[in-house]
Design a protein around this ligand. Structure first.
Ligand SMILES: [Zn+2]
Length: 86
């Protein structure tokens, strides 16, 4: 799952085929097909959630105590499937 964090307003949002933007409007992004996405904005930070890890954490949601961790990662500046456009 691809997401974008706006380092200006701290909004974090997932992408869809329709363009989304953060609350302050400086960061935008969208999928262009099932695999490829684009984003823009000088404060934009691309992130990914490891889908299998997220699903496992959801399935193992604890009743109480510590939360269930899952894998999230910062996507490299150069990524063939998640391209910054400015
Ligand atoms: Zn913002």
């Amino acid at each position: 799952m691809k997401l974008v964090l706006c380092l200006h307003c701290q909004d974090l949002f997932n992408l869809a085929l329709e363009e989304k933007s953060c609350r302050c409007g400086l960061t935008k992004g969208k999928y262009i097909n099932q695999l490829h996405a684009i984003y823009s904005g000088e404060h934009a930070m691309p992130l990914g959630f490891a889908n299998s890890s997220l699903i496992k954490a959801i399935q193992n949601q604890p009743k109480e105590g510590l939360g269930e961790t899952f894998t999230a990662f910062i996507i490299p500046r150069e990524c063939a499937t998640f391209v910054k456009e400015d």
